[in-house]
Design a protein. Structure first.
Length: 242
């Protein structure tokens, strides 16, 4: 059974976009996943195909209407997890990506304008998800990110099943740094341990570097991992951003 992706969007022409290339594109051609980009305007009932209206209480911009969104969401295949891409959502994690990739697929609702009428989340089982603490022009780019993260984990897409085992976030840490030929480049050499052939030393070095880089670059991940509290320059403990 292939992974089925249904995208509810005002811009179906944005798909598959980059997902039609490289690993995801080959997997799409091979039938390892399928894509159905659905135009939300098709579920509007007026002759202008209106999908938005002014925000209640005043304010700038327009808000996507709950009634139109509900009809679009209800049209998605039954049994698929339903996700809405929104900066107000929970952060997307590798754990959530793995859960989705192991399932039958996903239906993704892409926001535009000032976002969704909140009642769509009250009336339908839809999980709000964010790919980061920033705002995009619409949810389509975020949907591409989520799909790419899932598709690469599907059986046969990356080749060896173990290809993703040591990547960032899989064990709670960032991935260790990578090197390749030439051995020396602009006066910089590949660390000796990686040229030693001693697999135990290499594994220990990689774990130590993964831990050190995580502590330095992502103190929030480091504290969740269970490392020592990250100190601010003044010596006070820095709170994690959870």
């Amino acid at each position: 059974m292939s992974f089925a992706a249904t995208i509810l969007t005002l811009y179906p022409e944005m798909f598959p976009g980059p997902l039609g290339l490289s690993l995801a594109g080959r997997a799409l051609e091979q039938g390892r996943w399928s894509l159905d980009a659905v135009q939300i305007r098709d579920f509007a009932t007026d002759r202008h195909r209106t999908v938005d209206d002014t925000p209640a209480g005043g304010g700038a911009g327009m808000v996507m209407r709950a009634d139109v969104l509900a009809r679009a969401v209800d049209s998605a295949p039954a049994g698929l997890p339903r996700i809405a891409m929104t900066p107000r959502g929970s952060p997307l994690t590798q754990t959530r990506v793995r859960d989705l990739a192991a399932g039958p697929g996903v239906a993704i609702l892409c926001g535009r304008f000032e976002g969704f009428d909140e009642r769509i989340f009250e009336a339908r089982d839809i999980e709000p998800v964010s790919i980061g603490d920033y705002v995009l022009s619409g949810g389509e780019t975020a949907a591409l990110v989520l799909l790419d993260a899932c598709i690469r984990l599907l059986p046969g897409v990356m080749g060896a099943a173990s290809s993703g085992d040591d990547e960032s976030f899989e064990a709670g840490l960032l991935e260790y740094p990578q090197y390749t030929r030439p051995v020396e480049w602009e006066g910089r050499t590949i660390p000796e341990v990686l040229r030693s052939g001693d697999h135990a030393r290499i594994a220990a070095w990689r774990h130590a570097r993964a831990a050190a880089d995580t502590r330095l670059r992502r103190p929030d991940l480091w504290e969740r991992y269970g490392g020592d509290p990250v100190q601010s320059p003044s010596g006070a403990r820095r709170d994690s951003k959870e």
